[in-house]
Design a protein around this ligand. Structure first.
Ligand code: FAD
Length: 276
């Protein structure tokens, strides 16, 4: 396989990597974007985009396939606190709007924008194995061979187990805070359409938001001292949920429409060296 020598090499085609690659490409740089996986992501991860994220996408001319300009969704949040009867509205200021949709749809839109950009050479199934100064060794998963990239700037946008961070010998010891169960509710109305719903006072807080015309995501925060395999989500959360959502919640649990993620914390640090 031919070795490459782009101006910029971005590791990881998640939200950060795609947007970074597009930003450099728009400035005229020649960019290689490397993504380890080959498949469309099915991860349960970021689904709510706050207004600053939408501003960046607009600035870079990136459109999300499911985004509707005048949609009433994404106006802010409504909080149901346990000791207060009236919900608390938290509108975004100045009429700004956020947006929510399934994580994989966000990624698919970003990768489509990347593929349409002539300055970006997007390579999926390409895992960075080693970084030595400005040289990367990359495993081409399809042809099962290594190729080399020599580049002026490396951007590590490779998530939690970043090889870029490891190459700088920066320790990474995230702390597990809680688990998150993502439950997909179908054909259901939210009490306050247009808003994310924050429900406090249960086993752990709950966030509910619309991710499609017929779909609402419930994010149930589960404390780490509960064994998630044995936890009965229905019993644990039904008293916290608005009555409107209960039937759909029960149906979703019966169909096992539950995905899990870990909430981990690590303190924000700035790191890098010239060229990375
Ligand atoms: C349950 C959950 C809910 C969340 N909700 C929200 C939300 O509502 N709003 C919000 O803003 N954020 C949310 N987040 C956070 C958000 O999902 C992350 O901040 C975001 O995905 C990080 O993007 P990223 O591009 O940095 O990393 P990632 O999304 O982790 O992408 C990294 C990419 O790098 C690739 N990669 C890794 N190693 C290599 C390698 N060696 N070579 C090549 N490629 C590699 C991976 O395959 C992956 O595609 C949530 C996260 C979780 C888990």
């Amino acid at each position: 396989m031919k070795n490459l020598a782009p101006d910029i090499t971005v590791i990881g085609a998640g939200p950060v990597g795609c947007v970074t690659a597009l930003a450099f490409a728009h400035k005229g740089a020649d960019v290689v974007l490397l993504e380890a996986t080959n498949k469309q992501t099915r991860r349960f991860a970021g689904e709510w985009l706050h207004p600053p994220a939408l501003k960046v996408l607009k600035h870079l001319n990136i459109s999300l396939d499911s985004y509707i300009e005048n949609d009433t969704n994404g106006q802010g949040f409504v909080v149901f606190a346990e000791d207060i009867t009236e919900p608390i509205y938290l509108h975004y200021p100045d009429g700004l709007k956020g947006f929510s949709c399934e994580h994989n749809r966000v990624i698919a839109s970003l990768r489509a924008a990347v593929c349409n950009c002539k300055n970006i050479d997007f390579r999926s199934n390409s895992r960075v194995r080693a970084i030595q100064q400005q040289q990367l060794s990359v495993q081409d998963g399809q042809h099962r061979e290594l190729f080399q990239i020599s580049t002026q700037l490396i951007v590590g946008a490779d998530g939690r187990s970043s090889i870029a961070r490891r190459s700088l010998n920066i320790p990474h010891t995230p702390k597990l805070i809680s688990y998150m169960a993502g439950v997909l509710l179908e054909n259901v109305e939210l009490p306050f359409e247009g808003f994310g719903h924050v429900l406090l006072g249960g086993l752990g807080p709950v966030l509910a938001y619309r991710i499609g015309q017929n779909q609402v995501r419930l994010c149930l925060d589960v404390p780490i001292n509960f064994c998630k395999q044995n936890l009965n989500l229905w019993e644990a959360y039904r008293n916290l949920l608005p009555r409107l959502l209960l039937d759909a919640f029960q149906r979703a649990l019966e169909k096992n429409q539950v995905v899990w993620a870990a909430n981990q914390y690590s303190s924000r640090i700035h790191y890098g060296r010239p060229g990375l």
